[in-house]
Ligand binder design. Structure first.
Ligand SMILES: Nc1nc2c(c(=O)[nH]1)N[C@H]1C(S)=C(S)[C@@H](COP(=O)(O)O)O[C@H]1N2
Ligand SMILES: [Mo]
Length: 202
């Protein structure tokens, strides 16, 4: 094999295998969503509800959520609209930390993430439970802005970024898979960026 056939990283640039097929790296942080950005003036009204196939539902107030231990996460994010943003640094609550506070029923196999205004997205439980999935509150040192999901967004970096629900308000544990908002509108049920699972037409 001659050298020009081997993918070469640019000097100091990302290794090619970090960027999924059909994606372009951007340094900006585009804002994408359906519907209105929620603005909160009373965090006393905010809560995060864990429900569905659990022994006992758990509802966390914002104060209780902020009292959970948090840590740093580093990842690359890949949006289905073809931009990827590498080397993001986040602060958030690991899914394992949340799961210590509830007991799942054995039938639970899928998760629906519920956001403000009824928006939702689905994923398998095993993907939600990965140690790379978390609930983020800061990105690159700054508190999430309203457009990026303040106060809390899910981050599921190994799937296309539409699975990373902004303005998260509920986590539902389910037996069977069900499509969320974009999945009902033609997006793939799973969404692996390295397999280009973008859309699910027909
Ligand atoms: N609540 C909610 N979360 C959402 C969306 C949305 O419409 N509503 N859009 C998703 C999509 S399609 C993308 S690409 C990312 C964009 O996140 P960003 O605006 O922080 O880049 O949010 C995801 N999370
Ligand atoms: Mo997206």
């Amino acid at each position: 094999m001659t050298e020009d056939k081997v993918p070469q990283p640019e000097a100091g640039g990302p290794a090619p295998e970090r960027v999924p097929p059909g994606q372009k790296v951007t340094e900006s942080f585009p804002v994408l969503h359906y519907g209105e950005i929620p603005y909160y003036n009373d965090m006393g009204k905010w809560s995060l509800r864990l429900f569905g196939l659990v022994d006992e539902e758990l509802t966390l107030s914002y104060k209780q959520f902020l009292a959970l231990p948090r840590r740093e996460f580093r990842n690359d994010i890949h949006c289905v609209t073809t931009w990827s943003r590498l080397d993001n640094v986040w602060e958030g609550v690991a899914v394992a930390t949340l799961m210590e506070r509830i007991k799942l029923k054995p039938e639970a196999q899928y998760v629906m993430l519920h956001a403000e205004h009824g928006w939702s997205t689905n994923l398998p439980l095993a993907d939600f439970l990965r140690d790379t999935t978390f609930l983020g509150i800061r990105h690159n040192g700054v508190l999430l802005s309203p457009e990026h999901g303040y106060p809390v967004r899910a981050v599921v970096p190994h799937l296309y970024f539409w699975k990373s629900a902004k303005w998260l308000r509920g986590i539902e544990f389910m037996e069977k898979d069900k499509p969320g908002f974009w999945e009902r509108n033609g997006y793939h049920m799973y969404g692996d960026p390295f397999k280009e699972e973008r859309y699910d037409f027909d």
